[in-house]
Design a protein around this ligand. Structure first.
Ligand code: GLN
Length: 398
């Protein structure tokens, strides 16, 4: 019998990260596409996990997460951003940030609610909005030249954001430091957002998973650092990014009590609870702030090294302020492939040059094309050297 299967997500695409990682391994290319480190996690953290497994923390964790971890998160946020979240009533441990975002969207979006997203936007936002019955309202960042550095940069489109807010807007999803562009919101941006929504019944999801990767002279401003904005925000961050363990799928949501309540109503039936021994291990590891405060310097060194190499290729570098991603434009390369779509260019680069990247078009509802691709530099120096060596071959082609 042929079933008439529902089409709850309107497109049939497999996420670009799966597609590109598969393509990289099929072609033995260096994978600078999907964002993950290719180096080991801290030994101490791995040992702590083993310790808690052998101590017997192998059954269900509490639904909202292990208390010790919620307390550490609360302390961290207070120290860095000045807001006090109650560990018992305002923090939830989740199975990664994607689940946290998904659950937050499901918990507050009702049928036909509008959800404003700022494109390019991480590819999990749209499907979650559709599944919640909401209507995505994409607003596109503006490509412009930075007045100081003259580099091409993606800037926040405040006029368009303000113009897109309607009586139906229920939620805005923001992301700083921004994946894929590397833009970091300023304090003024946070203030602008608050002014845009303060008199309306609009909630905010602030995806801050790259919060500890912000490069000089830029500073990170969390939604948690703005008192009134934080009153209506789900603030989400990820240990996978901060401690080089993307495969552990562990993150958290900090939100005022009423928001946490609606979040947990969904969370308890969605995943119920998260990996128990890992929560204890991270609680111990998080108690030393050096373990996350040193991260920006660690990645800035990698970024500077990678940028210096890319500058010797025909790519044009886009401005980069945070995250472990570097975007480049291939539009002005003097080769026939510069006319390809971003997806096809990434496919060609993977097969012919041996380096995998992510097309920015995958971060747009309408697959908008600017001729920009994203490299991940969360890699050992030798990996970056090998990738650059291959990219230098482009010089012979142009
Ligand atoms: N966040 C990572 C990236 O942007 C990958 C996430 C994923 O593979 N789903 O590359």
């Amino acid at each position: 019998m042929a079933f008439n299967l529902p089409q709850k997500i309107p497109n049939d695409e497999t996420t670009v990260f799966t597609v590109m990682t598969r393509l990289a391994s099929e072609n033995k290319a260096i994978n600078l596409g999907q964002g993950f480190p290719d180096f080991a996690c801290p030994t101490q953290l791995a040992e702590l996990v083993t310790h808690y497994i052998s101590k017997g923390f192998n059954q269900y964790a509490p639904m909202n997460g292990v208390k010790e971890l919620r307390e550490q998160i609360s302390q961290k946020i207070r120290a860095l951003y000045g807001r006090e979240y109650c560990p018992d009533k305002e923090i939830t441990i989740t199975a990664g940030a994607t689940q946290a975002i998904f659950t937050a969207i499901l918990s507050c979006v009702e049928r036909d609610d509008e959800v404003l997203i700022i494109e390019p936007a991480f590819d999990s936002y749209l499907p979650a909005i559709y599944l919640a019955g909401g209507t995505p309202v994409p607003v596109q960042m503006k490509l412009q030249h930075d007045t100081k550095t003259k580099q091409l940069t993606y800037a926040l489109p405040w006029n368009e954001i303000n113009a897109s807010i309607t009586d139906k807007t229920r939620l805005i999803i923001i992301n700083s430091p921004h994946n894929p562009t590397g833009t970091v919101w300023t304090q003024q941006d946070i203030e602008n957002l608050y002014n845009a929504i303060k008199n309306r019944n609009i909630l905010v999801i602030s995806d801050e998973v790259y919060e500890h990767m912000v490069f000089k002279p830029y500073h990170f401003f969390s939604a948690a650092s703005h008192r009134e904005l934080a009153d209506r925000s789900f603030v989400i961050s990820s240990f996978g990014k901060t401690f080089h363990v993307t495969g552990w799928k562990i993150a958290y949501v900090a939100a005022p009590q009423a928001l946490t309540k609606i979040f947990q109503k969904v969370h308890q039936y969605n995943v119920f609870s998260v990996n128990h021994p890992i929560q204890y291990a991270i609680a111990d590891y998080l108690s030393d702030p050096h373990h996350y405060l040193k991260l920006s310097d660690f990645y800035q060194e990698k970024r500077d090294f990678f940028q210096a190499g890319l500058q010797q290729t025909p790519f044009q570098l886009l401005k980069q302020e945070g995250t472990y991603f570097q975007c480049v434009s291939y539009k002005d390369l003097n080769i026939p492939q510069s006319q390809l779509s971003e997806f096809d260019f990434c496919t060609w680069l993977t097969k012919e040059i041996g380096v995998n990247a992510i097309p920015l078009s995958s971060f747009y509802l309408n697959r908008h094309e600017n001729g920009h691709i994203r490299f991940c530099f969360a890699k050992q120096k030798s990996t970056l050297e090998n990738a650059l060596e291959r990219l230098f071959k482009l010089n012979e082609k142009v």
